[in-house]
Ligand binder design. Structure first.
Ligand code: ZN
Length: 78
């Protein structure tokens, strides 16, 4: 009897489009972390509501562009 050991793999997928992230489509190693507390009915922090997203290069560009647009729009309203 012989034994083959197959090492475990870590497979990441883009949280936006669902593509499997590898060295070809995620050269920028895109990741987005939005830190926040969830609030209870009295507006007191009650839980961690942090969101962490892994993104492929294409979605990283789109998400960064959307964030910039939202910030620009907020500044224009001031
Ligand atoms: Zn993607």
């Amino acid at each position: 009897m012989s034994t083959k050991i197959i090492p475990a793999q870590t497979i990441k997928t883009c949280d936006s489009c669902g593509v499997v992230i590898d060295g070809r489509n995620a050269r920028q190693e895109g990741a987005l972390t939005i830190k926040a507390h969830a609030l209870d009915m009295y507006s007191n922090p009650c839980a961690d509501a942090t969101r962490k997203l892994d993104l492929c290069d294409g979605c990283l560009f789109q998400v960064a562009k959307a964030i910039d647009a939202a910030i620009d729009a907020a500044k224009e309203q001031q």
